[in-house]
Ligand binder design. Structure first.
Ligand code: HEC
Ligand code: HEC
Ligand code: HEC
Ligand code: HEC
Ligand code: HEC
Ligand code: HEC
Ligand code: HEC
Length: 237
């Protein structure tokens, strides 16, 4: 595990890219020497083996020992106690202060054409040029006073709100899928601390994110015309 520690701390310091690439070069060398006799198997897509040898080395005792990610999703999915694999591994490896595109590439390397895969089955992809934005959002998901961080604390990972990681995402559908429509929400906030119920209005199809921005502060959509003073205090943790 020693070389893994060094590799990650170098990645996290991230003083300049040259240093990182140098470190990766050294690591790749160590790894190619070390690789003889180790099977990389299907986890290779995430480069786990470049730092850990085999994943079974770092997983809890009695955990599934397969070197194959397909078996992980029997338990690591939304709504199960194990949590999603992405949420689990991002939480283990990344810190809000140091997260950046290079740390992502530790597990999500760029393929030819600058395409980055975000899932074991290769189905979810982004462009390498999108990585700085993704990394910045991951930073505030890990720790900040935004709604995305409040969700992280409840075990909700990126993939549960996102499909495409751009403006085409159907965020509203996802929010309603977990929380319920305005009818349901209006009942929940019937005893609101405000003079009007924020979920009951003459805008029955308003996007949730018109007020509840996920990676930025709460925004009072109604304020252009009313002085209800809606706010949502999210506590940073
Ligand atoms: C860039 C290097 C790097 C890569 C790539 C990497 N890890 Fe890690 N991982 C680390 C470091 C460093 C730690 C912290 C080790 C410690 O605290 O002893 C760690 C910790 C862990 C832990 C927690 C172990 C414990 O004892 O608490 C698990 C589980 C884990 N990694 C699994 C994975 C899996 C699965 C992958 C592939 C998806 C992966 N890692 C990819 C460097 C890496
Ligand atoms: C039979 C169900 C099951 C399967 C299959 C499974 N896991 Fe887990 N995993 C769990 C549970 C339960 C936890 C504990 C969650 C907790 O303590 O919060 C866990 C925890 C973890 C952790 C966090 C470890 C730590 O140090 O806290 C990682 C990383 C992990 N699993 C990765 C994997 C990977 C990779 C696979 C596939 C090779 C896998 N899991 C397959 C149930 C499973
Ligand atoms: C330690 C390895 C590791 C690191 C480092 C890592 N990821 Fe991941 N990431 C994973 C794994 C494993 C998955 C889950 C794959 C799956 O579900 O098939 C994943 C999935 C994702 C997803 C899909 C989201 C979801 O909830 O399914 C996104 C987006 C993502 N990663 C972004 C990032 C970004 C941005 C960074 C850098 C800030 C990063 N990752 C760093 C291992 C890592
Ligand atoms: C609670 C749901 C939620 C979670 C969890 C979440 N996001 Fe988002 N994300 C959104 C919404 C909604 C937007 C649209 C802008 C806004 O509301 O802040 C967005 C915007 C983005 C964007 C800009 C693209 C756009 O639509 O404008 C990126 C990139 C992104 N998120 C990445 C991530 C990553 C990576 C993670 C996990 C580390 C994550 N998000 C977790 C809901 C979420
Ligand atoms: C995978 C399910 C899931 C999705 C998708 C989801 N949420 Fe949540 N959300 C939760 C859970 C769980 C909590 C914590 C319990 C609660 O307050 O209901 C939560 C909490 C909240 C809270 C209270 C946060 C706080 O300060 O504690 C708000 C507001 C919220 N969600 C809005 C949204 C919006 C807006 C979206 C869409 C961009 C969204 N959620 C998407 C599951 C989800
Ligand atoms: C007009 C702005 C606005 C819109 C649009 C909006 N909300 Fe809210 N939401 C609020 C305010 C303000 C609160 C806090 C109410 C309070 O504290 O009494 C809140 C609270 C919440 C909570 C926490 C409720 C609790 O149990 O404390 C959730 C979850 C939530 N909203 C989800 C949603 C969803 C889902 C949508 C879209 C269907 C949505 N909101 C649309 C303003 C809005
Ligand atoms: C473009 C301006 C505009 C926006 C934005 C707007 N309203 Fe209104 N609203 C009005 C007008 C005009 C009336 C009718 C005049 C009145 O009674 O104040 C009204 C009436 C109301 C009423 C009934 C009168 C009252 O004060 O009880 C409620 C409740 C209400 N709006 C809630 C909302 C909520 C909640 C939002 C945000 C989701 C919102 N409105 C956004 C213009 C707006």
């Amino acid at each position: 595990m020693n070389h893994a520690h060094e590799a990650l701390s170098v990645l996290m310091q991230q003083e300049n890219n040259m240093k990182t690439w140098l470190a990766w070069g050294v690591m790749a060398l160590c790894w190619s020497l070390f690789q003889a006799g180790e099977s990389r198997a299907a986890t290779a897509g995430y480069q786990c083996a470049s730092c850990h040898g085999t994943t079974s080395e770092v997983l809890p005792a009695k955990h599934i020992k397969k070197n194959d990610f397909s078996g992980c999703f029997a338990c690591h999915v939304t709504g199960r106690p194990a949590g999603t694999l992405a949420g689990m591994l991002h939480g283990r490896h990344l810190s809000a202060a140091t997260v950046n595109p290079e740390t992502c590439k530790g597990c999500h390397p760029a393929a030819s054409g600058g395409v980055i895969s975000l899932s074991a089955d290769g189905g979810k992809k982004v462009r390498e040029t999108d990585l700085p934005d993704l990394a910045q959002k991951t930073g505030n998901w890990l720790k900040s006073d935004t709604l995305s961080h409040a969700h992280r604390n409840k075990g909700v990972s990126c993939g549960e709100c996102h499909t495409t990681y751009d403006e085409d995402d159907s965020y509203n559908k996802r929010c309603i899928g977990c929380h319920g429509s305005y009818d349901v929400m209006a009942k929940k906030t019937a005893k609101t601390r405000f003079s009007r119920n924020p979920h009951k209005s003459h805008y029955p199809t308003l996007k949730c994110t018109n007020c509840h921005q996920s990676h930025a502060g709460f925004k009072d959509f109604c304020a252009t015309c009313h002085g209800f003073g809606f706010s949502w205090p999210v506590k940073a943790q």
